[in-house]
Design a protein around this ligand. Structure first.
Ligand code: MN
Length: 267
């Protein structure tokens, strides 16, 4: 509708207190009406978890700018559902997860709660992207905030196919050092190594995740490769993870199964 400001819903997995969310909110307020609902504590690596077995509570909270935002004791995907179906007066024009501290490249996409925000929104039929900065220390949010604003404006003019959402990664550089934007595929980044083995005060062994190290392939046209090259990486993802190449090839299993069932009945 002409003249109507776009309605933009924001969430993240770093929690409602995260600086990245504040920077994202400021960038989005310039172009639309913004509603923020985020987990009340850090939930990184929670993937697409949802909360079914305890009450979900939503609290109003004043952020550093004095804006009212919502904190929720649930997961990022819970925040999206509450945001879209309860808090938003109508279906949002855009849903964004981020700005995440740390990259979401390769296998990270599977574990990421930031990506789950965009995926859950795509399941709801909303335009959505996840945005992450490829750095954990001295994170340069300004570059990513500019990217988020540019991409939001771009997406509001475009209709992505049903079920598609974007995974965006920004090099941890000031904006003028970012070389450009590349449309990429999901690349190879896989974590290796054993979880760290430790001994608790009672002498029992326990394990601590997070000490594993990634191995990455820095190939052109992939998220991993282009972010390392200094480009913003934009990867279109789909909620449907079917490996279509194999569906027809595996169809012979259908008859094999039927035959096997028939044989068993005879015995
Ligand atoms: Mn995170």
């Amino acid at each position: 509708m002409a003249g109507r400001k776009p309605l933009i819903l924001l969430s993240n997995d770093d929690g409602v207190h995260a600086k990245g969310l504040l920077h994202l909110k400021r960038a989005m307020k310039a172009i639309g009406n913004v509603i923020v609902i985020a987990p009340d504590r850090p939930r990184s690596s929670c993937s697409h978890a949802i909360t079914l077995h305890k009450p979900l509570r939503v609290f109003e909270w004043q952020d550093a700018d004095g804006d009212t935002v919502y904190a929720c004791n649930g997961m990022p995907a819970d925040c999206v559902i509450l945001g879209v179906r309860v808090l938003c007066p109508r279906k949002p024009d855009l849903v964004i997860g981020g700005i995440n501290d740390g990259p979401n490249l390769g296998d990270d996409i599977i574990y990421s709660g930031t990506v789950a925000v965009a995926r859950e929104a795509a399941l709801e039929g909303c335009a959505a992207f996840a945005i992450s900065v490829a750095g954990f220390e001295n994170v340069k949010y300004e570059g990513a905030a500019f990217v988020a604003q540019w991409l939001a404006k771009r997406l509001l003019k475009t209709k992505l196919p049903q079920g598609v959402f974007l995974n965006v990664n920004v090099p941890n550089f000031p904006l003028d050092k970012i070389k450009g934007l590349k449309i990429t595929r999901r690349g190879f980044k896989h974590y290796v190594g054993e979880p760290e083995k430790r001994i608790d005060p009672q002498g029992r062994v326990y394990f601590w995740r997070g000490s594993e190290r990634p191995i990455s392939e820095f190939l052109p046209d992939t998220d991993v490769g282009e972010v390392a090259n200094g480009f913003v990486s934009v990867t279109p993802l789909h909620v449907d993870t079917t490996f279509n190449n194999l569906v027809d090839n595996l169809r012979e299993w259908e008859q094999e199964f039927t035959n096997s069932k028939r044989t068993k009945r005879k015995c």
